[in-house]
Design a protein around this ligand. Structure first.
Ligand SMILES: NC(=O)c1ccc[n+]([C@@H]2O[C@H](COP(=O)([O-])OP(=O)(O)OC[C@H]3O[C@@H](n4cnc5c(N)ncnc54)[C@H](OP(=O)(O)O)[C@@H]3O)[C@@H](O)[C@H]2O)c1
Length: 235
């Protein structure tokens, strides 16, 4: 797909992977809208990305239809690409599990994501074209100690990706699950401070590059799922 003039919605584009992806897509001529919970972080990101922005907390489930409509309006009634990137996580042992933590993470990573996608899909079905990229994680593929809440939410997302592939492929809608390994970002940091680059860990740039590459593939093909690892994390 040629990205020039495509309308692209990225949830959670204020920091990290979403912000870097927005910048790269804008540099390719796309019309990009980012979302996030903080007006201040959105404004800071807009200076870096040259995208458009909307305050939209995706975990606020009741407001999703109204906020989705605002996104559609800001993208001139047309969403070619939806990048479901907004995400959060906690690390808790089984003894520490609480419904509050489950709901915080699932409302963002699973419920909000799915209900926003539900609002966007009819536009894509009508045009018989669209791209949905779900940002999962290597935690979508394998559980680990303290991963009960985050990893299970990302397993759920992988299942959504597979269900949507089955439902939406007949409409020429490409659904891709992206599974990054550790990326040095502000992820799950309540203070929202971005981490410095670490020479043997991934940065948001590699993930942005892989997302854009998948989108740029000719429309006759698509990548259902891919993972991105650091090449040499132990040296
Ligand atoms: N970093 C990693 O190691 C890693 C590895 C694999 C997968 N991932 C996944 O990659 C995605 C992006 O993470 P990241 O590393 O770039 O983390 P990040 O730097 O913390 O960025 C997360 C983005 O999501 C937004 N966000 C969080 N909760 C939101 C909500 N309820 N409503 C709207 N926006 C919300 C944040 O915006 P505000 O805070 O401004 O609201 C921010 O723009 C996530 O889905 C994460 O699970 C990350």
């Amino acid at each position: 797909m040629k990205l020039e003039n495509k309308n692209i919605l990225i949830t959670g584009g204020t920091l990290g992977i979403g912000k870097e992806t927005a910048r790269l897509l804008v540099s390719k001529g796309a019309n990009v809208l980012i979302t996030g919970r903080s007006e201040k972080r959105i404004q800071e990101s807009l200076e870096y990305t040259n995208a458009k922005g909307l305050v939209f907390d995706i975990s606020d489930i009741e407001k999703i239809p109204a906020n989705a409509q605002k996104c559609i309006d800001l993208l001139n009634g047309n969403v070619d690409v939806l990048i479901n990137n907004a995400g959060t996580g906690v690390r808790k042992s089984i003894e520490e599990l609480s419904i509050e933590d489950f709901l915080t993470v699932y409302n963002t990573n699973v419920f909000g994501l799915a209900l926003l996608t539900k609002e966007i899909v009819p536009l894509m079905k009508e045009k018989k074209q669209g791209d949905i990229l779900n940002i999962g994680s290597t935690a979508s593929l394998k559980g680990y100690k303290t991963g009960s809440i985050y990893s299970s939410s990302k397993f759920a997302l992988r299942s959504l990706s597979q269900c949507w592939q089955a439902e939406l492929r007949p409409y020429n809608i490409r659904v891709t699950q992206v599974n990054p390994s550790e990326v040095t970002t502000a992820f799950a940091n309540p203070e929202r401070k971005e981490r410095a680059e670490v020479y043997n860990k991934l940065t948001p740039k590699e993930i942005a590059h892989s997302i854009v590459s998948a989108l740029e593939m000719d429309d006759r093909g698509f990548i259902p799922e891919f993972s991105v690892w650091a090449s040499n994390p132990f040296n």
